[in-house]
Structure formats: structure tokens, C-alpha cells
Design a protein around this ligand. Sequence first.
Ligand code: NAD
Length: 323
Amino acid sequence: MTSVPKIKLSSGYEMPQVGFGLWKVDTNCADAVYNAVKAGYRLFDGACDYGNEKQCGEGIARAIKDGLVKREELFIVSKLWQTYHDKENVEPITRRQLADWQVDYFDLFLIHFPVALEYVDPEVRYPPGWHYDGVKEIRWSKATNQETWGAMEDLVEKGLARSIGISNFQSQTIYDLLKYAKIRPATLQVELHPYHQQTNLVRLAKAEGIALTCYSSFGPAGFVELNMDRATSASPLMGHEVIKGIAEKLGKTPAQVLLRWSTQRGLSVIPKSTDPALMAENLQCCTFEIPEEDMERIAKLDLNLKFNQPTNYFDTEKLWIFA
Ligand code: NAD
């Protein structure tokens, strides 16, 4: 079985450098998770918002019961959704998410986005999504990132999360968080691929000792699944002549080159595929080297083209959170 390198986090724990992305894993999710464990994945990247944590938990429970893996060999990641940022809501929702996963701690729990929205009772709608009424209305909460981070730190204190981190934060919110954090964020998870390279954010994370996880490593591919205009009109990264040329030269696939471009620089990746052959292929993205001159050719492909932002999913004048 492929051995995946591990990244040492500031929390002292080690995190596999390649994991399994769970967003949009809707059909046969429990089987996909079970098969991913079988294929050798140990890190699972979930979230309340993906709406499949119960099925993920079923897959994990089955894998453990069948003796494929032990809980302590897994690295389970989940995320706090925006409607639970007020401090009194953080622990209850984390406990519900843990129950869905059938585990008693998360290896890593992230603030999904640095935006606080008004509470939606999980008994009324779960997952709640961005809109207060489930359709159109955006309602802010007054919770600050400082308040939410304090509640995340309490999760560590109570043993509900071993490491805590952030997602979709940019430099200004990170510098601010580092002023009040008693526990520093172990990881930063952001969109990162050759069309959206975020070079200075990578430098910031490195300088501050925050491990960086890249999401949507294949660029538009993950958003074409959602029929997002910006993604369907972009040239596929896996078909890009530079990526294809490097893949051919190295006897690898374009997907492996895209993942290796990040892992070779010490970043982590969480590709999503439920196809067993592609799952196996993605896991083997740390077993070869891309020559420096080819890394530099990929570095020239940046278009500052970001796919994952609320304003690309629905009309609103209220959520320009990456402006
Ligand atoms: P991705 O970049 O992993 O791309 C997925 C698409 O690529 C799918 O269509 C899949 O079939 C295809 N694919 C996968 N492996 C392939 C291969 N080897 N060859 C050819 N095609 C292949 O997409 P993603 O789902 O956007 O991102 C991955 C994960 O990152 C998510 O599942 C989720 O866990 C995480 N994520 C987090 C956030 C966040 O806000 N924190 C946002 C987006 C994604």
C-alpha cells in the first residue's frame, strides 16, 4: 500500500499529506469512505455543510469493525459552519458532528469561513447553508472571529478536537487571529491550484508555522460538477498543454502532476474522487519529483482565477468575503 508522508503540525500531531475530499460525495458515500480506507486513505476531509457526515461515519465505523483500520490511525477533519459561530453554539454543534461521525474527537476542526451568520436551529434545517430562510435572505451574526476562536480553543481543552485550524481566511484575518490566539491555528485550508496560486499566502503560512492544505487542486474540475459558469468556461487544468506535457514526460497523469506540484512544496492535498482507479492514482502523488524547471513553468500559469466564493453560487450583495 502507498505510504503517504506526514506533516508535523504546530499542535504536535502529525497529519497525512494526502487526504480524501468529501464535498459532493453524495451517492453511496458510506461505500466511498469504506473504499477509500481500503485504498489507503487515512485523512478524511468533511464538513457539516457537505451534508454527508452521517454516511461518512457509517463508512468509517464499518471499516473499523472489519479490521481495515483503527480509529487512532485515522485523521478525521471537519469544519464549523457559519451559522454556529456564536460561542454558545460551537460545542453543541461539534458534539452533533462527532456523533454523526461516530467518533469522540476530531483530529482537526476548522472554521470553514471567517464569516458569522445568524443561528439556524439544526432541528429546523441541517445543514443550514448560507441563507437564513433556506432560500434568499443573508443574516449576519455579531460573533467576531475572536469569539469563535475562543470557543474552538475550548474544544481542544475538552478533548473534542486535537488540533484546530482555519479555512478561507486571508492575510488580514490571519494576522489578526494570531494576536489573540492562545492556540495557534495548526492548518489553513484554501483554494489553491495553478490558476489560483496564492503565492504570498503560502509564504505567510510558512513564516507563521501554519500547515497549508490546498483544496480544489484540479481547479475548475470540482466546480464543473456544479455547472458553475466560471468553471465551465475555463480551460480544464488537466487538459492544459503544460500540465499534459510534464505528465507525459514523467509517465504520470495530469492529476498526479497537479497534486505533486503542491505536495513537492510541502503543502497538503485532499482530492475528491469516488472512482477506485482515480482514488488510487491520487494517493500516489508523493512518489516522484517534478524537475525544478517544470515547477517554474507551472508557476507561470497563475490567472488569479478563484472558483469557490459565495457570489459565484448565488446572487447577493452581502457576501463579498474575498474582495
Ligand atoms: P477536486 O479539485 O478534488 O476535483 C474533483 C473533480 O476532479 C471531480 O470531478 C473528480 O471526478 C475529478 N477527479 C478527481 N481525481 C481525478 C483524477 N485522478 N483524474 C481525473 N479526474 C479526477 O475538487 P473539490 O471537491 O473541489 O476539492 C477537493 C476537496 O477539497 C473537497 O472534496 C473538500 O473536501 C475540500 N474543499 C474544501 C473547501 C473549503 O471551503 N474549505 C472548498 C472546496 C473543497
